[in-house]
Unconditional design. Sequence first.
Length: 391
Amino acid sequence: MINWNERLSPQVRSIAPSGIRKFFDIAAKMKDVISLGVGEPDFVTPWSIRESCVYGLEQGYTSYTANRGTLELRQEISNHFKRRHDINYNAETDILVTVGVSEALDLALRAVVSPGDEVLIPEPCYVSYAACTTLAGGVPVSVPANIENEFRITPEELERYVTPRTKILLIGYPNNPTGAIMERADLSKIAEFALKYDLIVISDEIYGDLTYGEAEHVCFAEFPNMQERSIVLNGFSKAYAMTGWRIGYALGNADFIAAMTKIHQYTMLCAPITAQIAAIEALRHGEKYMKKMVAEYNRRRKLIYDGFIKMGLECFEPKGAFYIFPSIKSTGYNSSEFAEALIQAEHVALVPGAAFGASGEGHVRCSYATSIDKISEALARIENFLKNHRR
Ligand code: PLP
């Protein structure tokens, strides 16, 4: 008998399965569960985007594409960044189309991490950051952010964790799970910090189009000297409700993109042609649909934020993405106990904050990418739960 635990690589053994999925599995076995757990839009991809793909298939577009993605799509991405952020990315050399931001993140880390390199990761953060760093042979170094500072990260805090082995800073704003954003002034200080320590910055901006009210998303590459030293990751999953299409991209220095392309070429070959066709349509004509979805998320955001405040839970008002991250410390439960007791008692699924790193403990993540009716019902159930569950 093979003992697989002994045979697996130490990196694989050292990472835990995602703490998000566990609650989906419990929820799947129950009836009448309201899920605030999943991080994906409840909208179906807008029709014109789906139609472009159907039409592409009718015309026989079923082949591989260039490793980097079709030039047509790369050109649209380049135009989009020029329009939106006034940044020039050369479609031939500075853009790689990937299988979601997930692949782009993995490639970016694998392209630069040498064994033992440290990667600074502000926390709470998306579950893949630390795991992909470990798989690439690096050492994830968590830098805690907190509710008092609206979950933003500061150079002062980063200074405490930087060492001679620090090579990369990996940031993700608007943030999953907190809904925090970084204002231009905050981010400009982070750019100075990156210059001071000569760091590469990986900036996951997948929620960049999902900001609310006065909040504005600033692309990290907008700051002086940052286009050269940063890799910007973005994609279509969230803003265009295209999670299942598996399409994203990386933007950056030509040499860095060439290095990522080498790995992509051998491991993925190319992103699906069907998804690339749809992505072109999304960038050309999808903005109006995206804006409608953002307006709807904003309504839901207000409802859920007001609901938690009325219940007396300390809560940061999210400014981006579609998550809210209330503190449940006042209940006396830790985040896993809270999530588990809530799903058993009231059939509401959410994700324990600890799944997003140790500094997420004491909070739970709720996604408001679900209907107003379901959010209202979930809030009523959580309120009921709180009446009977305090230690
Ligand atoms: N980055 C963040 C912050 C996310 O929340 C997610 C998905 O939840 C991803 C990346 C993965 O996105 P994709 O569907 O493009 O692989």
